[in-house]
Design a binder for this molecule. Structure first.
Ligand code: C2E
Ligand code: MG
Ligand code: MG
Ligand code: MG
Length: 277
């Protein structure tokens, strides 16, 4: 596509920019091909109850096995998919795969499935009915699914808010992902159509060395409880963090301590206490 614009199209680019531009064009084409070939797969990470390490849910995380670059992480290819207008297709593929795999997993009756969704997917008015059809095909109930959206999606996009409302009316739960990294104002938090709030891992990392972070988290937990949001701590990597979070009243968490993203079949369906000593 870049070549079609003629050789001189590159004249305005510095060498490094040109490299970036070429790479973007290549990545878009390769991602389009990967979608057509079904070359994306999913890794799953457990979300656990901090008290007894019971698996409360599993989060599906998209992976792209690139022929030359190896595993490309979603932080790279999700933005590419968005810029290339492929996110609707990619998102639906992820949801279908996640639901199909989850339905076959022995833990599916006692844990929920959590799937990340981009704001641009939810601007599509037919998104709720696509989700409903996907659940039906997989034989899952709406109560088994959580959709994760970043707080920036909720800033003031009324279309997205309307979509979230319809999904919740249908019985699907909504999680605000990476809370505390975006533009969401605490003033509006109680108005968000959400059930769960996932505290970004940067806050969790800080608690071991920063007393102020402990106060902030403790206060947030009280606030979430008061407005009926279930809080999940992201990025728990060591037992000291887990212990501090539990003391602050956090009941659910996720992180390398409890399991790295991997095949769904590798996640124990009972308590995972044996992995954490
Ligand atoms: P996220 O939804 O906040 O997912 C958590 C990310 O943190 C994952 O990175 C996970 O591997 C990583 N993580 C989990 N525990 C720990 C920990 O203890 N320490 C550290 N350092 N990291 C941890 P991943 O898989 O690279 O995904 C990055 C982001 O890409 C996700 O962040 C999510 O926003 C996005 N993403 C992933 N899959 C999809 C998808 O299917 N659709 C969309 N729209 N976005 C996706
Ligand atoms: Mg997430
Ligand atoms: Mg997150
Ligand atoms: Mg994230």
């Amino acid at each position: 596509a870049a070549k079609a614009q003629g050789k001189n199209a590159y004249a305005v680019f510095e060498p490094s920019m040109r490299q970036g531009f070429d790479q973007e064009v290549m990545l878009r084409a390769e991602l389009r091909q990967a979608l057509a070939d079904g070359a994306l797969h999913l890794a799953f990470q457990p979300i656990v109850a901090l008290g007894d390490h019971r698996v409360a849910g599993v989060e599906a995380l998209a992976r792209w096995q690139h022929p030359e670059h190896g595993t490309v992480t979603p932080d790279v290819f999700i933005p590419v998919a968005e810029r290339a207008g492929l996110i609707g297709e990619l998102g639906l593929l992820v949801l279908r795969r996640a639901c199909a795999e989850f339905a076959l997993w022995p833990g599916s009756q006692s844990a929920y499935l959590s799937v990340n969704v981009s704001p641009s997917q939810m601007i599509d008015a037919s998104f709720p009915s696509k989700v409903a059809a996907t659940l039906y095909e997989a034989g899952l109930r709406p109560g088994q699914l959580v959709l994760e959206v970043t707080e920036n999606a909720l800033a003031d996009e009324s279309e997205v808010i309307g979509t979230l409302r319809r999904l919740r009316e249908f019985g699907i739960r909504i999680a605000i992902d990476d809370f505390g990294t975006g533009y969401a104002s605490l003033r509006y938090l109680h108005r968000f159509p959400a059930d769960i709030v996932k505290i970004d891992r940067t806050y969790v990392q800080d608690i071991a060395r920063d007393p102020a972070a402990v106060h902030i988290l403790g206060t947030l937990w009280q606030l979430f409880g008061a407005i009926g949001l279930t809080a999940v701590a992201e990025g728990i990597e060591d037992p000291a963090q887990a212990a501090m979070l539990a003391e602050l009243g956090c009941q659910v968490g996720q992180g390398f301590l409890y399991g790295r993203p991997g095949p769904l079949g590798a996640i124990a369906t009972g308590p995972v206490t044996d992995r954490v000593s």
